[in-house]
Design a protein around this ligand. Structure first.
Ligand code: NAD
Length: 737
């Protein structure tokens, strides 16, 4: 049998070295072809009497990223096909397809010859599950080696034996913690948990693995031997009685029961540990085929894996424009945002000049990077050498001549039209005609600001989110005259600093802030209605939001909310704002002096640490309170998700966002919109536009016009359309194919 993805070399000791090295790919992944070839290799190894054992490793820098998730999509396509021709068999077909990988790994485990996995780099998901089915595991002692079962992060779970083998090797508590959070393990942690046997010097990895076989490694998994004992004790034991009630409670606390895949991990482990391994694997297979069919899995895989990859690879980048290699970037305004933008730029290895009104202010901006580097060195996240290199790339300055050579200049000065105008002129007096000028404004329309520019086609918005070093999203905003070249340059920059870009047409608040304002406004409505504040916050979290709207408003600053409300009235008239919102926010800021977290007083109180923040007790005295028992919590949850989803739909109708992938990712990465939904538009698509519309109609009757649906949705509901169908991001590719 010839193999294209593996090489097999048997040495004089009869140990076959199976090296996984897929041609033309930077990373090994499981595909149907890989599974078939590996199956053939197992047969060959078993049949060949000269082969005593197998060392399995990778020919690439990493071991493997696990299963190619597009394989899951092809399983669905086959199942859908079967549903049409032979509906009774469709579930069985999916169940069998799902069991393929697990069955192969079990075949390795029971083949009668010892297998050792030599883990030389990142080893994730299915690849780690394969390693767990080997009789021995050695990992290279290197920071590049990371192991884990991260499936839960995209709405699925380890379905190739992970839920059965991890808790049979480690104690069930560690196993649950690892799988339900999808956390990654260093070799040291994996060894401490009992998941690998040895850690070896990288150069001696394969020889260490071979030595295990030569040392008489048994070709039997511990759980296939008589007298096997679970390391964490039996389910129905004193230990089990301590673990399981707490595990269920923690699951509920952490997920609000919104993540069926996390629940399936608990169920698979709980049930699987009470039966022999083969039955346990069947249990896992059954839950896995169920989870694959949930809307959570489909939506999360689509947005958080497929779309994320496509968008990060530049799906929205205009074609045919040469990529920009940044020799120098200028950042003007070394304050809160500018200092952080300079840091992420230098972190990407790009020299950056950080300008402020005087050298002192610019130096303070650089000091921010010095702090971050110092902390990273203390935490062992970077070395002093790399830290020094990063800092050497940042040049503080007060002289615009220093940015003359920059390919891109980003301004992050005060949010003031006149200041921005003066800075634009000062920058353009120095930079080349072809250089791109970007504004990090959060509220001022780009087309208006571009009027200050002599070359509006080179003028663009790059809107960062705070904290810049943690937030993965950037909004790229097109002014009316912004050219494709400027867009391509902005996208190249965002790719260089490893963030996810969404491309947005110019509008007040752009995309993310428009949506997030709806979320906060709805909490004002609830306060005014007399919903107890704690219920408002809890309902939002139950709906899947990471931070309640009142807590979020405190982070953003309540005086900023007041500024935004007043600016809306000034620009759009009295009707643009609910007078009750103005009254509430004016009272918070001007009468009560509650500005948010920044002055320790907002919707919450912020006592000195270690005490925790808590809702401001007086908040509930501002409005007559409803009886908590009579408040419909589910309806509160629906209101939060619906008001955001409606705003996202409006931006699609207005052409502010044009690609549903971007709207979905923007809402998840921008402010954590219930990730299990796959984003605000997937939330609507999953329930169906007609069902969503009916819900909004009911909410509009009870709570007001914020729930009125745009025409687009009414039209989609009538035609039975989805966002991904109507605005199919892959439509052109399809026609071309
Ligand atoms: P900031 O007040 O912390 O920093 C502004 C900096 O600009 C100061 O260091 C100031 O000295 C400098 N500056 C002012 N005039 C200047 C001039 N003429 N020349 C050179 N430097 C000058 O403000 P910030 O919070 O960093 O906001 C900056 C911009 O980023 C604003 O447009 C804001 O809307 C936007 N933004 C802010 C956030 C946020 O969370 N704060 C988020 C996204 C976007």
């Amino acid at each position: 049998m010839t193999t294209t993805n593996f090489t097999v070399d048997t040495d004089s000791d009869g140990i076959a070295l199976v090296t996984w090295d897929m041609p033309g790919k930077s990373m090994n992944v499981f595909t149907q072809a890989v599974l078939e070839e590996l199956d053939g290799i197992v047969d060959r190894v078993v049949a060949d009497a000269d082969i005593k054992g197998v060392v399995f490793t990778s020919g690439k820098a990493s071991f493997s990223g696990g299963a190619d998730l597009t394989m899951i999509k092809s399983m669905f396509d086959l199942m859908e096909e079967e549903k049409r021709t032979n509906p009774d068999n469709a579930q069985k077909l999916l169940f069998d397809m799902v069991g393929r990988m697990s069955g192969l790994f079990r075949k390795i485990e029971t083949c009668g010859k010892p297998w050792v996995s030599a883990i030389n780099g990142v080893c994730m998901g299915g690849a780690f599950e394969l390693s767990l089915a080997c009789h021995g595991r050695v990992a290279a002692d290197s920071p590049a080696v990371k192991m884990g079962l991260p499936e839960v992060k995209v709405g699925i779970f380890p379905g190739a034996g992970g839920t059965q083998r991890v808790p049979r090797l480690a104690n069930a508590q560690d196993a649950l913690q690892m799988m339900t959070t999808g956390s990654t393990l260093t070799p040291q942690r994996a060894k401490a948990m009992g998941l690998i046997h040895e850690i070896a010097e990288p150069k001696k990895l394969v020889s260490a693995a071979k030595a295990m076989i030569k040392g008489g490694l048994k070709a039997v998994a511990p759980w296939d031997e008589k007298g096997f004992k679970l390391p964490g004790g039996l389910i129905w034991s004193a230990q089990g009685a301590q673990l399981w009630p707490a595990a269920s409670a923690i699951y509920r606390r952490e997920t609000q029961n919104n993540y069926p895949a996390a629940a399936a991990i608990l169920k698979s482990v709980f049930e699987g540990l009470q039966v022999p391994i083969d039955t346990g694997l069947r249990i896992e297979q059954r839950y896995f085929s169920h989870i694959l069919q949930t809307s959570e899995a489909r939506s999360m895989i689509r947005s958080l894996f497929v779309s994320m990859q496509e968008i990060n690879k530049g799906a929205r980048r205009p074609e045919g424009i040469k990529p920009t290699k940044f020799r120098k970037v200028g950042v003007v305004g070394a304050g809160f945002m500018g200092a952080s933008i300079a840091y992420v730029t230098a972190k990407a290895g790009i020299p950056v000049v950080l300008i402020d009104r005087d050298l002192d202010a610019a130096g303070k901006g650089k000091a921010h990077s010095e702090d971050l580097v110092k902390k990273d060195i203390q935490k062992g996240k970077t070395t002093r050498e790399d830290g020094d290199k990063l800092l050497s790339l940042i040049t503080p300055s007060a002289d615009y001549a220093d940015i003359a050579e920059a390919d891109l200049v980003i301004e992050a000065v005060f949010e003031d039209r006149d200041v921005k105008k003066a800075v634009t002129e000062a920058v353009e007096a120095e930079i080349r005609q072809t250089a791109v000028f970007a504004s990090n404004t959060s509220t001022l329309p780009i087309t208006g600001l571009a009027k200050n520019s002599k070359r509006p086609k080179n003028f663009i918005g790059i809107h960062f989110f705070s904290p810049v070093d943690k937030m993965m999203l950037t909004e790229i905003i097109l002014g009316r005259k912004t050219s494709d070249k400027a867009l391509a340059t902005a996208m190249d920059f965002v790719a260089a600093i490893k963030k996810t870009p969404i491309v947005v047409n110019d509008t007040r608040g752009f995309f993310v802030n428009r949506c997030v304002l709806r979320y906060m406004n709805e909490s004002y409505n609830m306060l005014v209605e007399g919903v107890p504040p704690a219920m408002i916050e809890n309902a939002a979290k139950m709906a899947g939001m990471p931070v309640g709207p009142l807590a979020l408003n405190d982070e953003v600053a309540i005086d900023l909310s007041l500024k935004i409300i007043r600016a809306s009235i000034a620009d759009l008239g009295e009707g643009a704002v609910d007078p009750r919102h103005l009254e509430l926010i004016e009272r918070m800021v001007e009468k009560e002096g509650r500005l948010g977290r920044k002055n320790g007083k907002g919707f919450y109180d912020y006592p000195a640490k270690p005490a925790k923040k808590h809702l401001w007790p007086e908040l509930k005295t501002l409005y007559p309170q409803q009886d908590a028992d009579k408040v419909d919590v589910k309806e509160l949850q629906n209101r939060f998700l619906a008001c955001i989803a409606l705003e996202a739909a409006r931006t699609m109708e207005e052409g502010i966002v044009t690609d549903p992938r971007e709207a979905d990712l923007g809402t998840i990465l921008g402010f954590g919109f219930a990730p299990y939904t796959g984003g605000a538009l997937s939330y609507i698509d999953s329930m169906g536009a007609d069902v969503f519309l009916a819900m909004c109609k009911g909410l509009a009757r009870k709570y007001g016009r914020q729930f009125r649906a745009p025409k687009l949705l009414i039209d989609m509901a009538a035609k039975g359309e989805t966002f991904y169908g109507r605005f199919n991001p892959h439509a052109e590719t399809k026609t071309a194919a």
